[in-house]
Write a protein that binds this ligand. Structure first.
Ligand code: ZN
Ligand code: ZN
Ligand code: ZN
Ligand code: ZN
Length: 653
């Protein structure tokens, strides 16, 4: 004869799971509730077998899974309330007419009742409380399994002696201990016997039990029963959207249950229940505070299949975050965005709603690439360079559209792309600015090199324009900046020119620099690392022009890389012995046809060798037989013309 006290210490209604207490999610706003936490959304940390109920030690808890918290009987026609608690349909309290409800004032919404669960006590509309289809099926399957087992064990004469202890007994309060019930000896092992007691209404939900085996009862009997219960109930626990075990089950007002994630996906496309086609009156974001998980189903699923749930949530997370079908990030094909700068988006297409929700469940980032019309059918419809955006604020509309505030994080180049559920995903290669140390070295060498280059100009353009009084309006407006002038300037001087330009534009009250624009993008930054992005964000220039900035790798100047290549070609020309002159729009080379063409070919090779994969030379070829005039003769005139140009861009070879 063995006697066993259950481990359960719960003697009152179990405390509700705390939705804001999700380990592993930085819950600082409502949106975080979209993140699926541990098993079945109970707020428990992802765990495996320790949650599984034992047929030997946890019999009382197993029976509680099917007991009504209100009447203590086996749940009959279970109804799951909007707060996630379940009770028998007959245990739904008396209804009253709800007052001050004008919308949606349907008949069944005007009838309400006060929730009998201590941690809720809210008023629920009767219309929101229908039969919980999944729970109902699961309970009837369990009932059938228990009954057939009871019949079978009846034949072998197994029965169990049970002593019920109420809360006072458990607490060891002697004055009430005399009410102690007589031990009962129902048929079956511990599980079946305890179920019978609950069915007879003799086992209060909060009561504990102790067992004394009678006859042949042993652990093996209960283990077999539990295995059969799990096996038969398992088929009812699959979501009808993903056909896998419910992950964070949520029961809608029509009584159908879906994984929270699957419900999200349903709502991306429709507001109808995919099973019964009734309207799902649920806001698209389905956050955990407004729409708690089905508590009873969570407990059953975790108690029976916690190990499967753990695997499933792990797989779900992997699917959400890393995998993307082997791609790095989702790509939003839309607009031009810059690092450090805000980008505002209105998301309404179902595929992008899904993409954004997945981003919210993951690390809140996605890639933004500028749309373009592909020149060939097999070319993508977006530019290859883009910006990684992080969602800093999101506002959902009830119909699932959302307004996004994002900030640019970093730049990337798309190296490969594909599709996932209708949107583009890509493998990316980050584009980083060179390090500060490299930046300094580049700036220093650039100044030296450009001084060297200028030796070839008979009359160098004025190079001190940056040092001029910035507040001399006549000068700063009239004096153009030549390429050579720009290349000689330090990064700081360049930024000063930019800032001064902005100041002048502001003084002129140009349309693109209003207080509203400044409120969005902030005051003009003086940090050379931010200034270009800021200016590009607000400057009324075509996106295709601004796009070129995304490919730069140096803070100093956008033309740095071009200048490097030009310098390399210069060295080549010098070595060729031909007569040449370099100016901001190109280089004039003189010589015989073959010599000139040869050196142009070599120039291409040099630029290619510096990692530039596509080089295009714009050439104007002139030949004359009437007189011998060298380029040098023309230089003076050319220089005069160039001095009036304001181009800041580099040369072609
Ligand atoms: Zn009940
Ligand atoms: Zn409630
Ligand atoms: Zn599902
Ligand atoms: Zn339904």
């Amino acid at each position: 004869m063995s006697s066993l006290q259950t481990d359960s210490t719960s003697s009152s209604l179990p405390a509700p799971s705390n939705p804001s207490n999700n380990p592993g999610s930085e819950s600082h706003s409502e949106e975080d509730d979209a993140i699926a936490p541990g098993p079945a959304g109970t707020g428990l940390p992802p765990a495996g077998s320790e949650l599984l109920l034992s047929a030997v030690k946890d019999v009382r808890q197993i029976i509680r899974l099917v007991q009504c918290q209100i009447c203590s009987g086996i749940l009959r026609e279970p109804t799951t309330l909007p707060c996630g608690h379940s009770l028998c349909r007959q245990c739904v309290p008396q209804t009253h007419v709800r007052t001050n409800i004008s919308w949606p004032a349907t008949a069944n919404r005007l009838q309400g009742f006060e929730c009998p669960f201590e941690d809720c006590k809210k008023e629920h509309a009767l219309g929101d409380c229908t039969l919980d289809v999944t729970l109902n099926k699961a309970l009837s399957i369990i009932k059938t399994a228990v009954e057939s087992d009871r019949d079978a064990t009846g034949l072998t004469n197994i029965s169990t002696q049970i002593t019920v202890q109420d809360q006072w007994d458990v607490a060891g309060i002697p004055s009430l201990a005399e009410r102690k019930t007589e031990p009962r000896v129902p048929k079956g092992g511990r599980i079946v016997a305890t179920y019978t007691l609950a069915e007879l209404g003799e086992l209060g939900y909060g009561c504990e039990v102790s067992y004394s085996s009678v006859g042949m009862g042993d652990d093996a009997v209960d283990m077999t029963v539990l295995a059969r219960l799990k096996e038969s109930a398992r088929t009812e626990m699959d979501c009808q959207v993903c056909y896998a075990l419910f992950l964070d089950p949520l029961t809608t007002t029509c009584g159908h249950t879906f994984c929270r994630g699957c419900l999200h996906r349903i709502l991306d496309h429709s507001d109808l229940c995919p099973i019964c086609r009734r309207t799902l009156s649920i806001q698209a974001q389905v956050n955990r505070q407004s729409y708690p998980s089905n508590e009873r189903l969570c407990k059953i699923i975790n108690g029976f299949w916690a190990d499967l749930v753990a695997l499933r949530s792990q797989a779900y997370r992997l699917e959400q975050q890393a995998n993307l079908d082997g791609f790095d990030i989702p790509l939003f094909v839309c607009t031009l965005a810059f690092p450090r700068m805000p980008t505002f988006l209105h998301v309404f297409e179902p595929r992008y709603r899904l993409m954004i929700r997945r981003a919210m469940e993951g690390d809140r980032t996605f890639g933004m690439v500028l749309h373009t019309s592909p020149r060939a059918p097999d070319e993508p419809d977006f530019f290859e360079l883009g910006t990684l955006l992080r969602i800093v604020n999101i506002e959902f509309f009830p119909d699932g559209r959302s307004l996004l505030e994002t900030v640019g994080v970093s730049r990337f180049r798309v190296t490969r792309h594909g599709w996932l559920d209708g949107y583009v995903v890509g493998n990316i290669e980050k584009i980083d600015d060179i390090s500060v140390a490299e930046e300094e070295a580049t700036e220093a060498s650039e100044t030296v090199r450009t001084r060297g280059v200028r030796e070839f100009s008979p009359e160098p353009p004025p190079q001190d324009s940056a040092n001029a009084e910035p507040t001399t309006p006549a000068r700063s407006e009239a004096v153009p900046i030549s390429l050579d002038g720009l290349e000689t300037m330090s990064t700081r001087e360049l930024v000063n020119i930019g800032v001064e330009f902005v100041r002048r534009m502001r003084a002129q009250s140009v349309a693109w620099l209003t207080a509203r624009v400044l409120a969005i993008y902030g005051e003009c930054p003086t940090d050379p690392a931010i200034f270009p992005w800021w200016l590009a964000s607000i400057l009324p220039v075509k996106d295709e022009e601004k796009y070129r900035l995304l490919g730069t790798s140096s803070v100093g100047t956008g033309s740095t890389s071009v200048a490097e290549e030009v310098a390399a070609v210069q060295r080549l020309l010098k070595a060729s012995g031909l007569t040449y002159t370099m100016h901001s729009a190109g280089t004039t080379v003189e010589g015989s046809w073959d010599e000139v063409m040869k050196v142009i070919g070599q120039a291409h090779s040099v630029v290619h060798s510096k990692g530039v994969v596509r080089v295009q030379s714009s050439m104007r070829v002139g030949t004359r037989t009437d007189k011998k005039q060298t380029a040098k003769d023309k230089v003076k005139r050319v220089e005069d013309i160039l001095a009036k140009e304001t181009t800041t861009e580099g040369a072609s070879s």
